[in-house]
Design a protein around this ligand. Structure first.
Ligand SMILES: [Cu+2]
Length: 144
């Protein structure tokens, strides 16, 4: 079915682009000034790359990855050069892995609210998405 659809779209000259689903974040607790956004990204017909993100919800927005430090403590750092999204592949932004970091939240994130974010892809361009705010301890989109 997937192949047939690809052929059909190909015949129309329409390329399947990157798609983003299950976009979520966590409600903040008092005093918390940073948040993270998670999502499932599915590659399109061609290799692409997530270069960055922007949101009016925070002063600074960065693409982060999680790494284990030499002391065994998890650390976050900015992804240099963006995140590869292979054609037909799937990349999950999830806790303790890749995420979009919101630094300097302009307002607390309340459960049930949505956070607008614009993702910038190398080939697919800008994609506006909305993250659903879940519980502060949520570990996946289904934790509701
Ligand atoms: Cu981070």
């Amino acid at each position: 079915m997937r192949v047939i659809l690809a052929m059909f779209l190909g015949a129309l000259g329409i390329a399947a682009e990157v798609s983003v689903a299950e976009v979520w974040s966590r409600a903040t607790v008092p005093g918390q000034e940073a948040g993270a956004i998670f999502a499932r990204i599915t590659g399109g017909d061609v290799d692409d790359r997530l270069l960055g993100a922007a949101s009016e919800a925070a002063a600074t927005v960065e693409l982060h990855e999680h790494a284990m430090g030499q002391d065994g403590v998890g650390q976050m750092r900015e992804i240099a050069g963006g995140l590869a999204i292979p054609a037909g592949g799937r990349v999950d932004l999830k806790p303790r892995s890749y995420h979009i970091m919101l630094i300097g939240l302009r307002a607390p994130l309340a459960k049930g609210a949505t956070v607008p974010v614009t993702l910038r892809f190398e080939r697919a361009g800008a994609q506006r998405i909305e993250a659903l705010v879940l519980d502060p301890w949520a570990m996946a989109f289904d934790d509701r």
